[in-house]
Structure formats: structure tokens, C-alpha cells
Design a protein around this ligand. Structure first.
Ligand code: IPE
Ligand code: IPE
Ligand code: MG
Length: 242
């Protein structure tokens, strides 16, 4: 028998991929794909609320995405700035806390300020949307290692005290549980440097649907697939215990 209490993931992380291909299919510029993708973000937040998913992490811009043409990078940053200020009221109305993970020092000062402001105005809400911006799993780990190394150097941490819990609490959102389910759209089967530490026991779901086309039926199918999985964490089922 499946464990019914485990059926709705507490934390879903999404690799929102395929905006560029969607735009090409429509004969539009890539930025039109990103714009359509930002509407999907809004919709997906609603599906999570309805389903009772407490944490939603969205991979919006990777450290590697800075290598894209400057016009696309500028367009994406602009879109983000508009998205944040446009939806602040909606986040407050729906009681959603916005958080950012990633190397925010890479972002423009005005975007950093805007993000900090909305993070603050929504900080008391329980349901959370975590946006990964200028994020990569390796970069997050490098920054965590630096924090720990400086604590060791200052004498406030013994090397022997470094354990998995200390590493986990040195990451960008230390209180957020590991993702139960990671969804990637657009038919690519890779992590692209997302949540490398946190994904140790995540379940993965890949769909060929391009991000701007990802709708409620696709979301439900992903949740059903998750509910049918058996998570063993390296152990064995009770009935197989000898
Ligand atoms: C995902 O869509 C959004 C970002 C990475 C910012 P892409 O822009 O990667 O779309 P494809 O993969 O080129 O179709
Ligand atoms: C991953 O998508 C990053 C985001 C969704 C923000 P990419 O399109 O950048 O990944 P690759 O290059 O296909 O691995
Ligand atoms: Mg892509």
C-alpha cells in the first residue's frame, strides 16, 4: 500500500524550460516566449495553492544564462522587474511569500532593491514562492563553503563540526525543506546546475511540454506521477523487512 499521507509534495521545484522554442514555433522573437512564460508562472502559483503545495521553487535565470545575447539578458531582467512590481499586490492578496535564491550581487542594484522590498512585504506568509535568479547549484555551494571557511578562520567553527546539517544551513534558503518533486519542461533530461545539494532524494518528472504551454492538466499529471512513486530513501519497504 502506498503512503497516502505522502501524496501531495510539500515542495515542488521547476526548471521552466522551452520559452525560446515556443516563440520560434509561433514565429516570434525569443522574448515573446519569456513573456508568455511569465504568465505560466502566475498560473502555476495558483495550481500550487489549490493543491496545497507549500513551497514552489522556480528556476528563472541560471548563472550560465548570463552568456546569452545581451539583448535577451536585458529583456529577461526587464521582464522580471516588471513581473515583481506588477504582482506584488497579488502576492499580498493571495498571501504568498516571495524569496530569492542565487547570487543576487550579480543583479542590478535597482532589481536587488525591488526584490528585497517585496521579500520584506511578504515575509510573514506561509506559502512560499522561491525564485532562483543568477542561480546555480555549484555557485550556491561555493558561497556556502566560503561562509563556513570564514567561520573556521575566525575560530567560531571547528572543522570537525562541519556536517551535512551545517552545509544545508549555509545554503541560500536554509529553512526550506528539500524539493520532493522536480519538474522540467521542454523534453530535456538534465538538471542544468539546479539545486545540486537539495535534490539528493527528490523525485524527477520530465515532460515534453514547453513552459508557456504548461497548464493545469500537465500539473495534475505530474502530481499523479509523484503520488504513484515509492520513496525509499535507501531503505526497504516495511513488508520486505526480514
Ligand atoms: C527557459 O527557456 C527560460 C530561461 C532559461 C531563462 P529557454 O530560453 O531556455 O528556452 P529554450 O530552451 O531556448 O527553448
Ligand atoms: C535551465 O535552462 C535554466 C532555467 C530554466 C532558468 P537552460 O535552457 O538554460 O538549460 P540548458 O542550457 O538547456 O541546459
Ligand atoms: Mg532552455
Amino acid at each position: 500500500m502506498r503512503d497516502v499521507t505522502n501524496r501531495v509534495p510539500q515542495h515542488i521545484a521547476m526548471i521552466m524550460d522551452g520559452n525560446g522554442r515556443w516563440a520560434r514555433q509561433q514565429g516570434k522573437p525569443r522574448l515573446a516566449g519569456h513573456e508568455a512564460g511569465s504568465e505560466t508562472v502566475r498560473q502555476v502559483m495558483g495550481y500550487c495553492r489549490k493543491a496545497g503545495v507549500r513551497y514552489l521553487t522556480l528556476y528563472a535565470f541560471s548563472t550560465e544564462n548570463w552568456s546569452r545575447p545581451p539583448e535577451e539578458v536585458a529583456g529577461l531582467m526587464q521582464l522580471l522587474t516588471v513581473f515583481i512590481s506588477k504582482y506584488e499586490a497579488e502576492l499580498i492578496e493571495k498571501q504568498v511569500r516571495l524569496r530569492v535564491i542565487g547570487n543576487r550581487a550579480d543583479l542590478s542594484l535597482s532589481l536587488q532593491k525591488e526584490l528585497a522590498r517585496v521579500e520584506q512585504s511578504t515575509q510573514h506568509f506561509e506559502q512560499q514562492v522561491i525564485i532562483a535568479l543568477s542561480y546555480s547549484g555549484r555557485n550556491e555551494l561555493v558561497r556556502a563553503v566560503r561562509k563556513i571557511a570564514s567561520a573556521v578562520r575566525s575560530g567560531s567553527c571547528e572543522p570537525e563540526a562541519i556536517d551535512e546539517a551545517l552545509i544545508a544551513t549555509s545554503l541560500d534558503a536554509p529553512d526550506v525543506p528539500d524539493p520532493d518533486l522536480i519538474i522540467r519542461t521542454s523534453g530535456e533530461f538534465r538538471l542544468s546546475n539546479f539545486l545540486l545539494w537539495q535534490c539528493a532524494y527528490s523525485e524527477f518528472y520530465f515532460t515534453p511540454v514547453l513552459w508557456p504551454d504548461f497548464g493545469e492538466a500537465d500539473f495534475k499529471t505530474a502530481l499523479e506521477a509523484y503520488a504513484a512513486r515509492e520513496r525509499r530513501y535507501g531503505g526497504v519497504k516495511k513488508e520486505d523487512f526480514v
